[in-house]
Design a protein around this ligand. Structure first.
Ligand code: FAD
Length: 403
């Protein structure tokens, strides 16, 4: 176990629009540093999580329709590979290693710093429109059409959840990063559709948008999550989602449909280790509850829900959504990129070097790995994903290289 939580260095170059960031930073810390210069890049949407996990797995967030995934905005990394050597990887230096870092799930070494491309961001239009649960089927059908036709400046996310006072609802969350008057016009159909219970879309600071979902994931809860990609929200798939949401065993459950669209979807699937490049939804069954006595019923509900939805899903999963009990899905996380990633992970470290003089002597240690054992996701995931974030909040986030 290697604890990187104290590595919180962050240097912004506002002229080149780049950030050099260390892996102990949380999203909140990273976003804050960038926004001092009115800059940002795509990160996840819950601010206490770390920057390292999302970057290494891909990184889906509010800016990804406009600017691509987090890993698409990575310019270079400093990385310690399994032979203990520090290397710089970028499209020009150790390009295979860099390819594997971009979405390969932390499989090829420990990153000690990330260099990101930044963009001018903010203020944004953000918030959500919330409808009664009884309208869920109509809302989700509208959501699919609306989101599919929206410009890159708009990213959306729908969720079936329960309000703090116990009312089941369906909400559509949005983030518009572009000219605000144009955003108002693009969002008009959403404001005009049905009669909402609440409409909180307004101009806000980017850092506030990034914190807006934090309250749904407090630390004291127990978690069991499953997810998969779905290309279109079909009426039959929507029926399953709504039926299971209606009999949720816990009011803290969120059934969320996170959008993959625009720039993130247009990158060729083989360009980075992140293979899932389509206009599509990540259907996330995010079960949360309080009492360990309720583990069985909540885990059971999640598994049943996933099994019922499986026929509507692609055989594909985001590596950062894989559970620790999902070893059979590891190939689905990397798809056609699995073999290349396994080959890069299995390479002799000395072969990564153009010559021996780079940053110290070459130690010719062969990685004890078989291509079939690409298992980064196992180390990262499991309600474990959440435990990791909790560790980070306690200032001792740990990263581990898997061999
Ligand atoms: C509440 C919540 C919300 C989330 N929302 C989103 C979202 O909006 N978008 C999204 O894309 N994902 C999201 N995720 C998934 C998230 O991307 C993963 O859980 C991610 O692994 C968390 O990274 P971390 O750095 O916080 O965790 P850590 O526990 O520090 O890291 C997780 C794993 O990543 C690897 N790792 C970490 N640091 C390094 C390093 N420096 N070098 C090499 N390997 C390393 C290790 O294998 C480690 O076990 C969310 C997760 C949670 C719990």
């Amino acid at each position: 176990m290697i604890d990187l939580s104290l590595m919180k260095g962050c240097r912004i170059d506002p002229v080149r629009r780049t950030a050099r960031a260390e892996p102990g930073l949380t999203l909140a810390e990273f976003d804050h540093n960038c926004q001092v210069f009115a800059l940002a890049t795509t990160m996840g949407a819950v601010s206490p999580t770390g920057i390292a996990g999302p970057t290494l797995g891909g990184g889906v967030g509010w800016l990804c329709s406009k600017y691509g995934l987090t890993c698409d905005n990575l310019l270079s990394v400093d990385i310690v590979t399994a032979d203990g050597r520090l290397r710089t990887a970028s499209p020009l230096e150790h390009p295979d290693l860099f390819w594997a870092v971009c979405g390969g799930g932390g499989n090829v070494g420990i990153v000690t710093s990330f260099e990101y491309r930044l963009h001018e961001v903010g203020p944004v239009l953000g918030g959500s429109v919330v409808f009664p649960f009884t309208k869920a089927k109509t809302v989700l059908a509208f959501y699919d059409d609306f989101a599919r036709s929206c410009p890159d400046e708009l990213s959306v996310n729908a969720a079936l959840s329960t309000t703090a006072d116990g009312v089941p609802v369906v909400g559509i969350g949005v983030a518009w990063c572009g000219a605000l008057d144009l955003g108002d016009r693009v969002l008009r159909p959403l404001h005009a559709f049905e009669t909402p219970l609440a409409d909180t879309i307004a101009s806000r600071r980017y850092v506030d948008l990034q914190r807006a979902s934090d309250a749904f994931f407090p630390l004291e809860r127990r978690h069991y999550w499953k997810a998969g990609w779905q290309r279109r929200l079909t009426p039959a798939g929507i029926d399953v989602i709504v039926e299971f949401a209606a009999r949720r065993p816990s009011p803290y459950m969120r059934l969320s449909l996170q959008q993959m669209h625009g720039a993130a979807a247009r990158v060729p699937p083989s360009a980075t280790a992140f293979v899932h490049r389509h206009d599509q939804w990540e259907v996330q069954m995010l079960s949360q509850w309080l009492d360990p006595a309720d583990d069985e019923v909540n885990i059971g509900w999640t598994r049943e829900c996933y099994a019922a939805l499986e026929p509507h899903l692609e055989r594909a999963v985001y590596v950062n959504s894989l559970g620790g009990d999902e070893t059979s899905r590891i190939r689905e996380a990397y798809g056609a990129n699995y073999e290349r990633l396994a080959a890069i992970k299995a390479i002799r470290p000395d072969e990564l070097l153009p010559h021996q003089s780079e940053r110290g002597d070459a130690a010719s240690v062969e990685l004890s790995v078989h291509p079939d054992s690409v298992q980064g996701p196992l180390e990262q995931q499991d309600a474990p994903a959440f435990r990791s974030s909790r560790r980070r909040q306690r200032q001792r986030a740990v990263s581990r290289i898997t061999r």
